[in-house]
Design a protein around this ligand. Structure first.
Ligand code: ZN
Length: 506
């Protein structure tokens, strides 16, 4: 009897010690915000201060601010707010113009502690990114940027400002933060695919992310004695099973695309977790995939919220003896059930009126709120399976062709790359389309005239080149629907066409 009592006491002591030793930590996370500061959807329908009015516009900083405040209040000393990059590019709020620093300083004000550099942060070049960071510092600060595998080239005029921010430790290769006595190491990386699709990052170099994380995670655990390592990974995962596209987000089908377990996802972040054992959590980004629940690869939990602030991820972990002993997760929709923060909303409206309208739109005789068109149906850039000949693709190809014919000297043939089409035209509640709704479709690029949008390149081709080009496009189109070309009909029986043929012949 005595022995049993003693054992019970020992168990109780262990249990008590265990509980005392455990800490509950909340990680709130976002990724791929893409400057959707004023909601993602028709701007005429965005009413963040009114709840439950059926507005389908998701996200927005005003609602996010409320949500972050509510969630943080549940665990005030134990909450970490993180973002995994591509915070820029995609709306008229894009902070590289007309006034830098606005978005990053707002993110700081809302409580974001750490973020990393995604591929779209380079869309106006490395020094424009540096200008944004410097301006945000002056406006009241910014989340700490962690960039572990980017290497600016010293003394190059193209990235000298960004290089200086690495030198003076404004941007850090890693950080250690203490949350309720738990030491957490934070790493931030740009993945291979993300690096490949950021040509304007040049001359900034990118180190292999697996090598970088292996080195840093080991150092953090063995030399700095952190309990946990979190990687803000702008690399991504894809669902293995069936998925569908909705508003640019790739979501696994609940019935088919079992997101749990070892077989639910593949991609660079899965590979990273397989190769590096010291990672506890990967906050994934870049692929715009909604991961409904965290999935585990070895001992690493991987999460991603999709994109455009449709969701906030909330990962509650119980940390015991330097390990995650349990977790609970929720993807919280950022929708019209949340009343937006009035102060943040007022800052939006002030910025629209005094900066976007005055400095950017009025010089070209436009206005943010002004309706410029109406639609009785939505035009989508993806169909269910991805890029195809969607109604929006064909409409934009026709519209740009018309522009070139009327204002650009005309052309015989036009190709529009589907990758430059970045958003849908949604009917919403009213069908009213405003300038920012159109801007979201073609937000990328800038020309020598410093106006936004890609320059329109002109090629003069001979008939033979054209034929080969078309073979190449048909092949590409069959594979990935890379190009949209208006008005052209073709019949092909060729099973395999080769692009090199075109490259060689021209
Ligand atoms: Zn993105």
């Amino acid at each position: 009897m005595k022995t049993i009592k003693l054992s019970l006491l020992v168990i109780l002591l262990f249990a008590t010690f265990g509980i005392l030793n455990a800490q509950n930590i909340t990680i709130l996370h976002t990724n791929d915000i893409h400057s959707r500061i004023n909601g993602d959807g028709p701007q005429a329908d965005y009413t963040p201060l009114i709840i439950n009015n059926g507005s389908g516009v998701m996200g927005g900083f005003a609602r996010l601010a409320t949500l972050l405040k509510q969630q943080k209040a549940k665990n005030p000393d134990g909450t970490l707010i993180l973002d995994a990059g591509d915070f820029f590019m995609g709306s008229l709020f894009n902070p590289s113009q007309p006034e830098p620093g606005f978005q990053l300083s707002l993110m700081k004000a809302m409580g974001f502690e750490f973020t990393t550099i995604g591929n779209h942060e380079f869309d106006y070049g490395p020094n424009a990114l540096a200008d944004d960071i410097i301006a945000a510092k002056k406006r009241g600060g910014l989340p700490q940027i962690i960039s572990s595998n980017l290497v600016p080239v010293p003394n190059s005029p193209k990235d000298n400002k960004l290089a200086k921010l690495f030198e003076d430790k404004t941007i850090l290769p890693y950080a250690i933060v203490n949350v309720k006595g738990i030491k957490i190491g934070i790493i931030g990386i740009l993945g291979k695919d993300a690096a490949d699709v950021a040509p304007l990052k040049a001359p900034v170099q990118v180190e292999n992310q697996i090598k970088t994380v292996k080195r840093l995670a080991k150092m953090l655990k063995t030399k700095k004695h952190v309990d946990l390592v979190i990687v803000l990974s702008h690399s991504g995962v894809y669902p293995k099973g069936a998925f569908y596209y909705h508003s640019g987000l790739m979501t696994p089908e609940p019935a088919n695309g079992n997101p749990d377990g070892k077989t639910g996802f593949y991609g660079e972040d899965v590979k990273l977790a397989k190769k590096v054992k010291d990672i506890d959590i990967i906050i994934s980004a870049h692929t715009h995939v909604v991961v409904p629940r965290p999935f585990k690869v070895r001992n690493t939990l991987i999460v991603q919220t999709g994109a455009f602030l449709h969701y906030l991820g909330r990962l509650n972990i119980m940390v015991k003896d330097g390990k995650i002993a349990g977790y609970h997760y929720k993807l919280i929709p950022i929708n019209d059930k949340i009343k937006g923060d009035e102060k943040i909303n007022a800052e939006m409206n002030h910025y629209i009126k005094n900066v976007i309208d005055k400095k950017f739109l009025e010089p070209v005789h436009l206005n943010y709120r002004e309706p410029i068109a109406e639609t009785s149906f939505s035009l989508l850039k993806h169909n269910k399976n991805g890029y195809q000949d969607t109604d929006l693709g064909v409409f934009l190809a026709d519209a740009t062709r018309n522009y070139v014919d009327t204002d650009g000297g005309g052309t015989d043939v036009e190709l529009l790359a589907s990758g430059v089409v970045r958003d849908n035209i949604l009917k919403g509640k009213t069908g009213v389309i405003t300038v920012p709704d159109i801007f979201r479709i073609f937000p990328l690029g800038w020309g020598n005239d410093s106006l936004r949008g890609y320059p329109w390149p002109e090629y003069i081709l001979q008939a033979m080149n054209l034929k080969t080009l078309w073979k190449c496009c048909c092949y590409q189109k069959a594979m990935t629907a890379t190009f949209l070309f208006p008005g052209l009909k073709y019949i092909t029986t060729l099973k395999k066409l080769c692009c090199e043929e075109f490259i060689k012949s021209s």
